[in-house]
Ligand binder design. Structure first.
Ligand SMILES: Cc1cc2nc3c(=O)[nH]c(=O)nc-3n(C[C@H](O)[C@H](O)[C@H](O)COP(=O)(O)O)c2cc1C
Length: 209
């Protein structure tokens, strides 16, 4: 089947893009409200795009009412946010944070997630998250119905058991983030495998043989 995106309505674009571009990692984004409360919301329009500078991107759409979500209201005001990565252990809590609570509700408290003060920004991160990345807004790219948030990572918390003994590389037996597929379907990273490229000389030789 062919789909002309220049003709498609937004609902079909959303369905096709999110059904086929995945798994998408999930950022549980924590921010500080104007009243000083925690706000938390999951975002799967999310990924890392650069390490030098270290840039993450979030795509935040308005609510159906057209109002901006608390996450973007807080990010605009403070210029700061945290990306907490999500594993199976906090998957249900992540879903609770995604419910449409009123702005004054502390979703971390609602979900039963312990909050810890960040090192370099004025926000809290999720204590039990396998890792959390403190970010400052690098720039906002505004579209009529979407804001792309480019965040520069200024600090990272990694739970000790998610790293190897030397504290350098990830421990894949422990760090198994979940990711979003289509609709309410998710996947966890518990079937990891090694895929090593052949050497270019061996590859060229094998084509000759
Ligand atoms: C797994 C998951 C991924 C989501 N991804 C996004 C996203 O990328 N962008 C977005 O605007 N909303 C996304 N949402 C919906 C928001 O989390 C939801 O609207 C939330 O209530 C917003 O909260 P806030 O008003 O506190 O920011 C997602 C929800 C879930 C459960």
């Amino acid at each position: 089947m062919q789909f002309d995106f220049t003709e498609l309505e937004p609902e079909s674009r959303y369905r096709l893009l999110t059904n086929f571009i995945g798994p998408r990692p999930i950022a549980l984004v924590t921010t500080r409200s104007s009243a000083g409360q925690n706000n938390a919301a999951p975002m799967s329009f999310f990924n890392v795009f650069s390490h030098d500078p270290p840039i993450l991107i979030l795509g935040v759409q308005p609510r159906l009412s057209g109002e901006e979500k608390d996450t973007i209201v807080n990010i605009r005001r403070t210029g700061e946010f945290v990306v907490n990565m999500v594993d199976m252990a906090i998957s249900q809590q992540m879903l609770v944070c995604g419910l449409g609570f009123d702005s004054e509700v502390d979703e971390l408290e609602m979900a039963g997630l312990e909050a810890m003060q960040c090192n370099q920004i004025d926000a809290n991160y999720v204590a039990s998250a396998p890792c959390a990345l403190e970010c400052r807004v690098e720039r906002l790219i505004e579209f009529p119905r979407r804001v792309l948030v480019l965040g520069e990572v200024v600090h990272m918390h990694v739970r000790r058991d998610c790293l190897d003994a030397e504290g350098r590389y990830v421990n894949p037996g422990v760090y198994q983030p979940i990711a979003r597929l289509h609709a309410d379907n998710y996947i966890t990273s518990d079937r990891q495998f090694v895929l090593e490229p052949p050497s270019i000389t061996d590859f060229i030789k094998s084509r000759r043989d």
